[in-house]
Design a protein around this ligand. Structure first.
Ligand code: NAG
Ligand code: NAG
Ligand code: NAG
Ligand code: NAG
Ligand code: NAG
Ligand code: NAG
Ligand code: NAG
Length: 459
């Protein structure tokens, strides 16, 4: 869950105030070896509309823990499974379903602690029966949270987090048990060792499948463009990360500063369903909005005119698998609820605390792709397959129809980073030319020589 660790508290609060509720369906999960089928046919779970009018925004999956139903934040940016327990009496954990200890729970007597930028979770590690969709895992390692702070669970309506990242990132020691994802994948045929996620724009249209595709979005795994996950080190993987070559603004290349990740030849982006926005280095984000125009920087982040309609592309991958994925203008000029104001929240925001990579691609990006996460199998590294789902012309036309005419002058790409105090002094920047994207543009790369600030490491 990178969102609260990485969003500035103010931005986080503002973001909390404008989120909407979505549910994610669990489709055909196959039966892992040590798991017992509960129903003969995998079916889509019913939509739970009880939080439909909530002002919050999060993608929640229903899972059953110890015979009790919970909505868990689906988080590709963390690796633990934890649920708030009835022992939690803080205000912070009120207003959501809490786990009551059942006879199938077995304690390990080990404690659990996770610290976020704006909060923390403390609890007890144990095993319990977990049901995902139609299947049951009898001894799943998880944490029962008896204390949370700074998470305001009622705000997002989730009772805990279902982490889908790599075991190396888990706070629950690997020696105590396998992650839920590992348990589910263990019995899968290698070609099916994947999960696929589509985040919806509204109540419907979200999908989470394991070992199969959702025909609403793709029928064949060959529809996707694949890249190996960028490793943390030698064959060690921590997050669902990819090379990020740059952005485009109105079809013109917007170059990024050098990666802060040591040894990386391009920026590194982390796909993270648990983060709401796209987050990146402040120098690049400031220059991005100055290039887009019709935007202003406020104490709670960048805001952009609600009628600013602009096509932004994200250029991801390496070599001949490099591809541009287009973002719907409504995710860039992000309207909070149905209220039509003059200023909307920018879908791209600055955060210099991202240390898992250079950029976090959260929900404002992920709503525009169907993302296949293939875990390592048969000696092959884990891979990410992406399928772009946003049509630039159609989405811009729909945006104009909804938001009206855009009076702001055309975007003007700033290739030269503004000297920004937040980057710290002593940065020496220069311009160099480099060639070759899949879409044929010549890119101007901004080279910055700066003190080593961020390293890829555990939080
Ligand atoms: C836990 O027990 C309380 C009190 O019996 C009950 O109100 C609550 O619904 C239970 N929690 C869940 C998730 O079933
Ligand atoms: C946990 O502690 C209890 C009480 O001290 C003990 O009975 C139990 O065996 C311990 N469990 C483990 C897994 O160590
Ligand atoms: C929460 O659980 C941990 C681990 O069992 C324990 O050390 C701590 O005292 C508990 N805290 C509360 C508030 O119950
Ligand atoms: C895995 O499944 C695919 C498709 O069903 C099949 O072609 C392949 O032979 C299977 N591989 C193994 C090792 O079972
Ligand atoms: C997948 O196949 C089904 C059945 O032929 C079809 O209805 C659906 O539109 C297809 N999905 C896509 C994304 O093409
Ligand atoms: C990329 O290019 C190399 C060499 O030109 C080729 O062998 C490889 O199959 C290509 N990969 C893809 C995904 O097209
Ligand atoms: C995008 O570029 C076209 C020409 O290339 C220009 O006419 C249009 O105004 C630009 N739109 C924005 C929003 O900058």
């Amino acid at each position: 869950m990178c969102y609260s660790r990485l969003l500035q508290p103010l931005l986080w609060l503002l973001a909390l105030a404008c989120f909407k509720q979505h549910d994610v369906y669990v489709n055909g999960v196959k039966i892992p070896v040590d798991h017992i089928p509960r129903q003969s046919n995998p079916t889509k779970l019913p939509v739970d509309l009880s939080l439909a009018s909530s002002n919050q925004f999060a993608y929640l999956a229903h899972i059953d823990i110890g015979g009790q139903d919970f909505r868990m934040l689906l988080d590709t940016g963390s690796a633990d499974l934890w649920v708030v327990s009835s022992d939690c009496t803080e205000q912070d954990c009120q207003g959501v379903a809490k786990y009551n200890q059942s006879s199938s729970f077995a304690s390990t007597n080990s404690s659990f602690h996770l610290t976020y930028l704006s909060g923390s979770v403390t609890g007890l590690i144990g095993t319990e029966t977990v049901v995902v969709g139609p299947y049951e895992i009898s001894t799943q390692i998880l944490a029962l949270a008896n204390q949370t702070s700074g998470l305001a669970l009622a705000g997002t309506g989730n009772s805990g987090i279902l982490g889908l990242s790599f075991p190396v990132e888990a706070s629950i020691p690997e020696t105590l048990g396998r992650t839920l994802l590992e348990n589910i994948m263990a019995s899968y045929n290698e070609t099916e060792r994947y999960f696929a996620i589509k985040l919806g724009r509204d109540q419907d249209g979200s999908s989470f499948t394991i070992g199969e595709l959702d025909p609403d979005f793709a029928n064949s795994t060959s529809d996707f463009t694949y890249n190996s996950v960028s490793p943390l080190g030698n064959s060690v993987y921590n997050y669902w990360k990819l090379p990020l070559q740059g952005f485009t603004i109105n079809h013109t290349v917007f170059p990024l500063s050098d990666s802060r990740v040591s040894g990386a030849s391009s920026s590194i982006a982390v796909l993270d369903t648990g983060t709401t926005l796209i987050l990146g280095p402040s120098a690049d984000v400031d220059r991005f909005w100055q290039s887009v125009g019709g935007a202003k920087k406020t104490s709670s982040g960048w805001q952009v005119r609600c009628d600013r309609g602009i096509i932004v592309g994200v250029v991801l991958g390496g070599g001949n698998s490099t591809k541009e994925y287009v973002i719907d203008p409504a995710d860039i000029s992000w309207q909070q609820g149905s209220h039509a104001g003059e200023w909307c929240m920018g879908g791209v925001q600055a955060n210099d605390g991202v240390i898992s990579g250079d950029w976090l691609l959260g929900d404002t990006f992920l709503r525009n792709v169907y993302a296949l996460h293939h875990v390592a199998a048969n000696g092959q590294p884990p891979r990410i397959g992406l399928l772009g789902l946003t049509d630039p012309d159609a989405s811009l036309a729909a945006f104009r129809q909804q938001r009206g005419n855009d009076p702001t002058p055309p975007a003007q790409i700033l290739t030269n980073a503004h000297q920004s105090n937040s980057l710290g002094g002593g940065d020496i920047c220069g311009i160099a030319a480099a060639g070759g994207f899949a879409f044929g543009a010549v890119m101007t790369l901004l080279l910055c020589f700066k003190p080593c600030r961020g390293k890829v490491s555990k939080y």
